[in-house]
Design a protein around this ligand. Structure first.
Ligand code: NAI
Length: 367
């Protein structure tokens, strides 16, 4: 086993924003039930498996494979993402709790299959309290490796059945959310001619661009990968802007599909969109940023409400329930939940972010 986390050194090195304020729970949230630090010297595995809440069922959430500046940032990410999964799974009415795993990318060379096999053993050690799947940086091939060690994994393509990469389902959920938001907040009956800024043309962003283009939306796009941007220009007639300009683009809708914490004190005053709905997890840097958006008259549809399509898909796959059309129908229900949220906002006078949080927390009970 590796040496334990050097907390003192990590604390000195870490910026304040990356340090969890408590190891037992984030501010104003229920504490995490279990957090496993799993290390394996032979493969270089350093993983954090965070089980936030299992009131509705076993904790279900993807596995992120990422380079972190320090181990505390990785821990902070795992805690925030796991808690987000509790809210996401509850709002999606899934019989699962919230959890997430973070694998710290080793600095030098590593054997990817051996690393994910070691991660699979860590998942197995939780005896079903946590079920994993893909997230940023992980692939269906990685999940197949994990599957050799544990049955508590999903997001694996199966012959003649739905399953595998959840990102098209995530994109569909974001798309129907944008449709609902445009109808209810922008008072426009269709997406024809609606201008949408897309930050990130990755697995989800690309599928979302396809759906939006087909519906007649005008796309403004940015990605650090110039090839993806050029492809979007060619295929969708998208307007390309720089990665530092996309948040302030002159559009009706902003769809963040890359990074977390993009809605913050610096970016919010510059936004020109009236509606924000995208796939990226943890888009609000702080709860108060949700209030500022609302004061500016911008409707923010919370990430964990609109991006649940992927978990709905992998959850059905895990339970071996239904078929492709049933998954799509279940994902499409996100549209109704967006409408219900906006109704609740009107009635209760809350911001969408605070209202969704209260709504989801009221559902953190046995499904
Ligand atoms: P991805 O890694 O395939 O795509 C991310 C894209 O963003 C890449 O094309 C990357 O080049 C681009 N990017 C990175 N930094 C950027 C920047 N500063 N400006 C503009 N573009 C930038 O990831 P994926 O799977 O598409 O996920 C996107 C977001 O949605 C992530 O935050 C993820 O956690 C979240 N999400 C994804 C789900 C899924 O089913 N894949 C499910 C729920 C949430």
């Amino acid at each position: 086993m590796n040496a334990p986390l050097d907390l003192a050194r990590a604390l000195q090195a870490a910026p304040a924003s990356s340090i969890p304020s408590s190891l037992f729970g984030l501010p104003n949230q229920a504490p995490h039930e279990r957090v496993l630090l799993a290390a394996d010297e032979q493969t270089g595995l350093k993983a954090i498996l965070a089980v936030h809440n299992t009131a509705r069922g076993p904790a279900f959430g993807g596995c992120r494979f990422w380079s972190y500046d320090n181990e505390l940032s990785a821990l902070n990410d795992a805690l925030r993402l796991a808690q987000g999964m509790s809210l996401k799974n509850a709002l999606a009415n899934l019989p699962f709790g919230g959890g997430k795993a973070v694998l710290i990318k080793p600095a030098g060379d590593f054997d990817r299959a051996a690393l994910f096999a070691a991660f699979g053993r860590a998942v197995a050690s939780l005896d079903g309290a946590y079920i994993t799947a893909e997230d940023v940086g992980t692939t269906t091939a990685d999940m197949r490796v994990v599957q050799q060690q544990t049955a508590f994994v999903s997001g694996i393509p199966r012959e003649g059945a739905f399953g595998g990469d959840p990102s098209p389902k995530t994109a569909w959920g974001v798309f129907v959310s944008i449709e609902a938001g445009v109808r209810l907040h922008l008072k426009r009956e269709s997406l024809d001619g609606v201008r949408v800024a897309l930050q990130g043309l990755g697995s989800v962003g690309w599928h979302l661009a396809e759906f939006l283009h087909k519906a007649g939306a005008k796309l403004v796009v940015a990605d650090v990968d110039a090839a993806k941007v050029a492809r979007a220009q060619g295929m969708f007639g998208a307007q390309a802007v720089g990665i530092h300009e996309i948040l302030a683009a002159d559009v009706d809708v902003l769809a963040p599909c890359a990074l977390g914490a993009v809605l913050n004190a610096q970016s919010i005053p510059q936004l020109r969109a009236q509606l924000v709905a995208g796939a990226a997890n943890n888009q609000l840097a702080t709860v108060e940023d949700g209030d500022t958006l609302h004061q500016r008259g911008i409707i923010y549809l919370p990430d964990y409400l609109v991006n649940a399509g992927g978990i709905i898909s992998v959850a059905r796959e895990f339970r071996n329930e239904g078929e492709e059309s049933a998954v799509m129908a279940e994902v499409t229900l996100i549209r109704d939940r967006v409408a219900e949220l906006l109704d609740r906002v009107r009635v209760n006078g809350n911001t969408p972010a605070r209202e969704a949080d209260a709504w989801a927390r009221s559902k953190l009970v046995k499904a």
